[in-house]
Design a protein around this ligand. Structure first.
Ligand code: SF4
Ligand code: SF4
Length: 200
């Protein structure tokens, strides 16, 4: 019997071979993610949006030193430090971060800034939904980056815990705002003395 021509044999086998790939893929584990309807949990040490942390009494940890900005390879951080006063105190020490911005159009989420921060004021969260159609909206301000208030905290500015100094905050001796602590007037932000208590 004459052997079937090679071309005819291949002409039959090729479509079958193609379906073979399809059938194999049907039984493999699905890699498609149903984002954004179903969100996957990120790794615990995921590098997401930054956060400016507070001490347990609500004062800010940032001292406006700019080390994070100098460490940033993408030049994405802008910081302006200012002096605290007894009438308007944002952090326990001498200085605080008056202006703080991170430009997420530049940031590559490398984490070098959080390594450079001497007070652990700057850390990264697991939030990754940072896309926006406006460049201006991608510049996050201090107000957006500052951590929310937890139990026992009073919003800054307010006075230091009585009888303590800056070092005590880093020793963990201040665990909440002293009874009677009230938010001071933020004159540097344009608040007037009659607005005292606003935003507390
Ligand atoms: S994560 Fe990296 S790129 Fe982003 S602000 Fe920090 S140092 Fe800059
Ligand atoms: S976040 Fe840290 S490194 Fe950056 S200015 Fe504040 S204290 Fe300094």
């Amino acid at each position: 019997m004459a052997e079937e021509p090679k071309e005819t044999k291949q002409g039959f086998q090729n479509p079958v071979a193609g379906f073979g790939v399809t059938f194999k893929a049907m039984f493999k584990k699905r890699l498609t993610e149903q984002y954004p309807e179903q969100q996957k949990t990120t790794a615990p040490r995921f590098h997401g949006r930054h956060q400016l942390n507070r001490h347990p009494d609500g004062l800010e940890k940032c001292v406006g030193c700019e080390l994070c900005a100098w460490a940033c390879p993408a030049d994405a951080i802008y910081v302006e430090g200012a002096d605290n006063t007894d009438e308007e105190r944002y952090s326990p020490g001498e200085r605080y971060g008056a202006v703080y911005q991170i430009n997420y159009a530049r940031c590559i989420l490398c984490g070098l800034c959080i390594e450079a921060c001497p007070t652990r004021a700057l850390t990264m969260t697991n939030e990754f939904e940072l896309a926006d159609s406006s460049r201006a909206n991608l510049i996050y301000t201090k107000e957006q980056l500052l951590a929310g208030l937890e139990e026992g905290m009073v919003d800054s500015p307010h006075s230091i815990f009585p009888g303590t100094d800056e070092q005590d905050y880093y020793r963990g001796l201040v665990t909440e705002a002293a009874p009677g602590t009230v938010r001071q007037t933020a004159v540097s932000k344009g608040e007037k003395p009659e607005d005292k208590g606003a935003g507390a």
